[in-house]
Design a protein around this ligand. Structure first.
Ligand code: KG4
Ligand code: ZN
Length: 364
């Protein structure tokens, strides 16, 4: 399978081989990700028109590389997959148009071209994970699934490999988005997650009692905009921040001052604790309710080691030893390999095809 992903700020192509079976297995022959992060960092977030321009530039360059692979060159491909949503519509359209073009001009429409939900990609990315010795994919179900990214925070359950049920999601900001916004408040570069995780290592996570909204509610939903506001008010109380995300020269100086005395590390650690605790608590509750045999984390935030660590620690406290599955970093962040996997998983259940049109609101 050949897959294309352009939903946000990564242009990605992948060639993935599937071995069919009750539990299919996947082998990634090649997965190329061209990240635009450095470009968007200047603007503190993703600029859709710039993303589109970069995808248009990168798609033909990566395709040139893929065309040289014998399986592609000799037309030994069975399926082409492309992300159709959710994501930035101008970015999605570039991938869809490119997929249509190679489908027609290079493959002469001999094979199917299918649309894929980006969220199914994150959901099924665990099929690209290296499992611990003695753990088999077939033994992971029912599985509690956490999709945590810059755009989504979704808790669900895979009762078996083909039967997904969404249990809840964020009612406002996504968890990754809150990392990005808090990073901006702290004058840290975009994307905020990696840097906050790093600073949190050196801080005291109990130093500041940031709240964890919706933590104790019976549902499986989350909320992150209040947590970001709490960080904002905390910084204001230190006299180091403007009401918005803009810093005056004086505020910047005060912010520089807190950088030197460990306050910033404490803010990062305390924020990270408050952000992750509801994810931990609700994942464990879902695991109980559905008799889960594993918990899986996908999406960009799954790159943060503190999240699986907290889940494992909480499970241990309850005397449980479920595997906590996290795909390798490259398959947590946006990539086309997971899109190939999701395309196959949809294809095999004969579910209705998704239209080959950008759909920014597509759900999991
Ligand atoms: O899945 P992804 O690459 O793109 C979306 O589909 O959104 O996720 C990107 C998000 C960003 O918000 C980024 O800050 C966050 O993942 N992220 C992290 C970490 N690495 C990336 N969040 C927390 N800790 C990290 N180490
Ligand atoms: Zn994503």
């Amino acid at each position: 399978m050949l897959a294309i992903e352009t939903s946000c700020d990564e242009t990605s192509f992948a060639l993935v081989r599937v071995t069919e079976g009750d539990i299919p297995s996947f082998f990634v022959e090649k997965n190329v990700v061209s990240s635009q992060v450095a470009l968007h960092a200047e603007f503190g977030g993703v600029v859709p028109s710039l993303a589109k321009r970069e995808h248009l530039k990168n798609l033909p360059l990566i395709w040139e590389e893929f065309k040289k692979i014998p399986a592609v060159r000799d037309h030994k491909i069975d399926l082409i997959a492309v992300t159709v949503g959710p994501g930035l519509e101008p970015a999605l359209w570039t991938g869809i148009a490119f997929a249509k073009e190679i489908h027609e001009t290079f493959f002469g429409k001999e094979i199917p071209l299918v649309g894929v939900s980006h969220l199914h990609g994150h959901l099924y990315s665990f099929l690209l994970a290296r499992l611990k010795a003695g753990v088999r994919v077939a033994d992971l179900f029912p599985m509690v699934s956490l999709i945590v990214s810059g755009g989504h925070t979704i808790l669900g359950v895979l009762r078996d490999i083909d039967a997904y049920k969404k249990l809840g999601e964020t009612v406002d900001d996504a968890v990754g988005e809150s990392f990005d916004k808090v990073a901006r408040l702290l004058n840290l570069p975009y994307p905020g997650g990696p840097r906050i995780e790093q600073l949190a290592h050196e801080g005291d996570e109990r130093a500041i009692p940031f709240p964890s909204p919706m933590m104790h509610q019976k549902n499986y939903n989350f909320s992150y905009s209040g947590l970001k506001t709490s960080v904002l008010y905390y910084l204001k109380s230190l006299g180091s921040l403007a009401t918005d995300f803009t810093l005056t020269f004086e505020q910047k100086k005060k912010l520089d001052a807190i950088e030197s005395d460990g306050v910033r590390e404490n803010i990062c650690a305390s924020f990270q604790r408050a952000a992750f605790e509801p994810l931990v608590k609700k994942s464990l509750r879902a695991a109980d309710e559905y008799g889960a045999r594993s918990i899986c984390i996908g999406g960009g935030v799954a790159a943060n080691k503190n999240l699986p660590y907290r889940i494992t620690r909480a499970l241990k406290k309850e005397g449980k030893t479920l595997p906590v599955v996290v795909p390798p970093l490259g398959y947590c962040q946006d990539n086309a390999a997971m899109i190939a996997v999701a395309a196959y998983m949809r294809h095999r259940t004969k579910k209705k095809k998704l239209p080959l049109e950008a759909d920014g609101t597509l759900s999991v």
